[in-house]
Write a protein that binds this ligand. Structure first.
Ligand SMILES: Cc1cc2nc3c(=O)[nH]c(=O)nc-3n(C[C@H](O)[C@H](O)[C@H](O)COP(=O)(O)OP(=O)(O)OC[C@H]3O[C@@H](n4cnc5c(N)ncnc54)[C@H](O)[C@@H]3O)c2cc1C
Length: 406
């Protein structure tokens, strides 16, 4: 007899964690499947230390949370785990800044303490069994062992509409020329001398000069360093806009290889040309190319750029967002289109319901939104909000069936 779950959540990124906790709190027997060996998705893979989209955009000096519910709880958990964390102003917006690794740590605490919830890591979903407009079974492998479970409702929080694609949903494809991926990696022997902002600016100016002279590959100057104060290491984010430019040689193939090559040149340059960084080295694995944009499943409503910038309100609102539309193109620096201060847009439940499917919901990066709208709604704060909403919607769906959550 196959195991039966009311709700199966695919992917344990920020949205999947929120969805799994919410579905479980609705009384649903819930299964969360994650192909990595840890929770947190891109936020954990990239050791991201800034949660965007949690606070009202305001000129007021004190930050105010945009959300109640799970995003608020998540922010509180991060702050309780890391006493150095807290909201900081970044230009026109506030962000929650913490030490790297805290998003994963907070996620683990929630998943471990939630009742009715089973979590499998290293569990890659490989197939579905459909019955008309419903998903009935999910196939996945854990350490090479195939397993099948029955599901009443499924939430696609894979960041790339993996479940939507398997179910045959219509997909919205990403445009990476406006959402360039990035290579994130850690370096050691960075030295506490470089924890000062002006030192970092000096390093970046040297890199830019070398790019202008042709001594470093084009695009290597689209880089930022976040020092781990007192730890002698730093996280490096190398935006790969230059590699996806239409005029870049062979841009269509080998992104990972080209990114690694760029990184190698950068490290070599730092060792040879920046006093104090002679011994700088990459730590551990060589880093991962992370994709800001992914596939999305077409829903019953498509959230648009106009909805975002005009703070659209909907009667079936289930989540909210207010982060500016943030684009990373070939030209380097990110470009922001801001909402008016103190405003936020609604995300209707229809964006989280997949067109042509009865029991499939989406959350996070793969909700139904156009390229510009998702460039706002993809930040972690908003993913926590759509994740919680998807968990609630799935719980409500199941409670209307004869297999209702207790
Ligand atoms: C370079 C970069 C920097 C960023 N910086 C910030 C920042 O500073 N602040 C901020 O707020 N946001 C930032 N973001 C955005 C944010 O991290 C992501 O948009 C957010 O994590 C998306 O959450 P998600 O839950 O939708 O998906 P993801 O985080 O992508 O999680 C999806 C999960 O699904 C799993 N999965 C996929 N396929 C399967 C499968 N077949 N079976 C099982 N599991 C599967 C994946 O392993 C992953 O864990 C950044 C993104 C990038 C790429």
């Amino acid at each position: 007899m196959k195991q039966h779950y009311h709700v199966v959540v695919a992917g344990a990124g920020p949205s999947g964690i929120a969805a799994a906790v919410a579905a479980s709190r609705n009384g649903c027997r819930t299964l969360l499947l994650e192909k990595n060996s840890f929770p947190g998705g891109l936020a954990a893979m990239g050791k991201i230390s800034t949660i965007c989209g949690l606070y009202h955009n305001s000129v007021k000096p004190a930050p105010e949370l945009l959300y109640d519910g799970f995003p608020r709880e998540f922010a509180a958990r991060v702050m309780s785990l890391d006493l150095l964390s807290g909201p900081v102003r970044s230009g026109r917006v506030f962000v929650l800044h913490s030490r790297p690794g805290m998003i994963e740590a907070a996620a683990r605490k929630f998943l471990e303490s939630t009742k009715n919830l089973d979590v499998h890591y290293r569990a890659e979903i490989s197939g579905l069994t459909m019955d008309g407009k419903q998903i009935r079974q999910i196939q996945f492998s854990v350490s090479g062992r195939e397993q099948v479970v029955q599901a009443d409702a499924v939430i696609d929080s894979t960041g790339d509409a993996v479940i939507g694609e398997m179910a045959g949903a219509s997909l919205l494809l990403p445009d990476e020329t406006e959402q360039a991926p990035a290579l994130l990696f850690s370096i050691t022997n960075f030295g506490d001398a470089f924890s000062d902002r002006s030192d970092i600016i000096r390093i970046r100016m040297k890199i830019k000069h070398a790019v202008d002279l042709g001594d470093l590959p084009r695009g290597t100057d689209d880089v930022s360093f976040s020092p781990d104060i007192g730890g002698g290491s730093a996280f490096v984010k190398l935006n790969l806009g230059a590699l996806i430019c239409p005029d870049h040689d062979g841009a269509e193939s080998g992104l990972e290889e080209k990114a690694q090559d760029m990184k190698k040149h950068l490290i070599h340059f730092l060792q040879k040309n920046v006093g104090g960084l002679e011994h700088v080295q990459t730590i551990g694995q060589s880093g991962t190319v992370l994709h800001r944009a992914g596939k999305r499943a077409e829903g019953l409503y498509l959230l648009t750029r106009e909805d975002v910038l005009n703070n659209a309100q909907f009667p079936d609102a289930v989540a909210r967002g207010n982060w500016p539309i943030e684009k990373y193109s070939c030209s380097g620096a990110p470009r922001f289109s801001y909402l008016p201060d103190e405003t936020a847009y609604d995300i209707p439940g229809r964006c989280l319901r997949v067109s042509g499917m009865d029991n499939l919901f989406t959350a996070g990066k793969c909700i139904s939104a156009d390229d510009d709208a998702i460039a706002s709604a993809r930040v972690i704060g908003c993913c926590l909000s759509t994740g919680e909403a998807a968990g609630n919607l799935a719980g409500q769906f199941v409670s209307k069936t004869d297999r209702s959550c207790p």
